[in-house]
Ligand binder design. Structure first.
Ligand code: NAD
Length: 354
């Protein structure tokens, strides 16, 4: 798809994070005028620093829980398009810090939407939630956009609540007459270079592989819908573009997941990572560890809506996604120019998604 973001004023929340960094890089390649709002990056080696993202945008460090400050940024920057990614995104962390998770993920989303409502320049809003916003009934088939929201851990519930917040703003304020498009994007487990978050399987693998240690795997049999980070980001960009063209038609929730072959268990992913790293091994530490907190065992997404109405579809196979991921970390490990690597990976992805 040909994107037209040139000179458009785009605001990205969470631009210092894993997905936000890649989105900012991609938007900068599309020549958008980008403002980012987020906290300081957590890891020095993460995507934000490695790919020099601060040089590509107005890089504003601001807690989204402070509404007045957030609104004053919106008033000054006058964005047209908003991608809201800022969140506490980790399930295990949400057990440790439930209040903060709810605060940021629910009230932070309210703050962003309220700032959008008060800023007339805003025409298009994409709020990033997650596949975990669905009530997980351990179905073998994929969840659809109209399935029931739910969750049991604080993270999942906070994202289901964010979905309801969006619904309230959509029905109450961003009604069709306003011409503002408001959508949510629900994606599955994302892999790609530059994620160093704790307790996520890819960073866990890379930490072990770079130190010649055995990878400790918590839930090798848990099945997840894996996809390369550029897959949902391409979907978010496409969604924003369509929302701008036809806000009434494209507002609402959208799933962005992999093809069926991308739905794999964690053990399979780890084997593929080792294959592309070319050495390493792993061990199952699933039982009797501190991580016996509930994590959903089976969750897949039905992507028919995005495929049929947005004409979006995954471009990478599972193997290609893992290969691109490992290739980024390898480049970083051997000290290559990672900013260049990121651009090359986006260009390569775009060729596949034609
Ligand atoms: N990575 C995945 O597999 C995945 C899957 C589904 C959904 N998501 C969603 O995608 C979004 C981005 O996730 P990620 O993996 O890039 O996470 P990340 O932890 O790498 O980035 C989170 C970003 O949010 C910002 N942030 C957190 N609290 C904030 C606050 N109070 N004020 C301002 N900024 C704050 C951080 O500074 C960072 O920029 C999140 O909304 C997450 O829930 C991620």
């Amino acid at each position: 798809m040909d994107f037209s973001f040139e000179r458009r004023k785009v605001l990205v929340t969470g631009h210092t994070g894993f997905k936000g960094s890649w989105l900012t890089l991609w938007l900068s390649m599309l020549k958008a005028d980008i403002t980012g709002i987020a906290l300081d990056p957590e890891d020095r080696a993460g995507a934000f620093n490695a790919m020099n993202i601060s040089s590509l945008c107005k890089d504003i460090r601001q807690d989204i829980n402070d509404y007045n400050e957030v609104y004053s940024i919106f008033r000054e920057q006058k964005p047209e398009i908003v991608f809201h990614l800022a969140a506490q995104p980790l399930v295990l962390e949400s057990y440790e810090r439930p209040m903060e998770t709810m605060q940021t993920n629910v009230m932070g989303t309210v703050n962003i939407l309220e700032a959008c409502r008060k800023t007339p320049s805003v025409r298009t809003i994409v709020v990033i939630t997650t596949d975990k916003c669905y009530e997980n009934r351990e179905w073998v088939y994929g969840y659809r956009e109209h399935d029931r929201l739910g969750g049991r851990d604080p993270y999942s519930v906070s994202k289901a609540a964010a979905e309801l917040v969006v619904k309230a703003y959509s029905k109450s304020f961003f009604t069709p007459e306003t011409g503002v498009g408001l959508a949510t994007a629900r994606a599955g487990n994302v892999i790609g270079g530059g994620d160093w978050a704790a307790n996520r399987i890819v960073p866990d693998c890379i930490r072990a592989l770079t130190h010649n240690q055995t990878i400790e795997v918590r839930n090798p049999f848990s099945v997840r819908p894996w996809q390369h980070v550029l897959e949902p980001l391409g979907g978010y960009l496409m969604l924003a573009q369509r929302l701008r063209e036809n806000p009434e038609k494209f507002s609402g929730p959208w799933n962005f997941g992999p093809e069926y072959e991308g739905i794999r268990d964690v053990g399979y992913l780890v084997n593929e990572m080792i294959h592309f790293w070319e050495e390493g091994d792993w061990v199952d530490i699933g039982t009797g560890t501190k991580d016996q907190l509930h994590e959903a065992r089976l969750l897949t997404l039905d992507i028919s809506k995005a495929r049929n109405l947005l004409l979006w579809q995954p471009a990478y196979t599972f193997r290609q996604s893992v290969e691109a991921t490992v290739s980024w970390y390898k480049s970083q490990f051997i000290g290559e120019d990672i900013a260049k690597k990121g651009i090359e990976q986006i260009e390569e992805y775009q060729k596949h998604s034609l």
